[in-house]
Design a protein. Structure first.
Length: 70
């Protein structure tokens, strides 16, 4: 079994969404459909997160595939 690799951060809700919006898929969706889906997601996260200024632990699991090229 491969080792578990993850990025561990402590972020506010603003920091989490700022990071999310740097990713290419959300940027493309915003360009096509506007940012309505971001607002809906943000409200859902706020209800679970609590105070948006409160820092929380964020864990982003990573997949790593290692090998040698022939």
């Amino acid at each position: 079994m491969p080792p578990c690799v993850a990025i561990h951060l402590t972020w506010t809700l603003d920091q989490l969404f700022d990071y999310y919006l740097t990713r290419s898929a959300p940027r493309r969706k915003v360009a096509v459909d506007g940012n309505g889906f971001v607002s809906v997601a943000r409200r859902a996260f706020e209800s679970a997160w609590g105070d948006p200024a409160q820092s929380r632990d964020v864990v982003m699991p990573m997949s790593v595939r290692l090998g040698r090229l022939p």
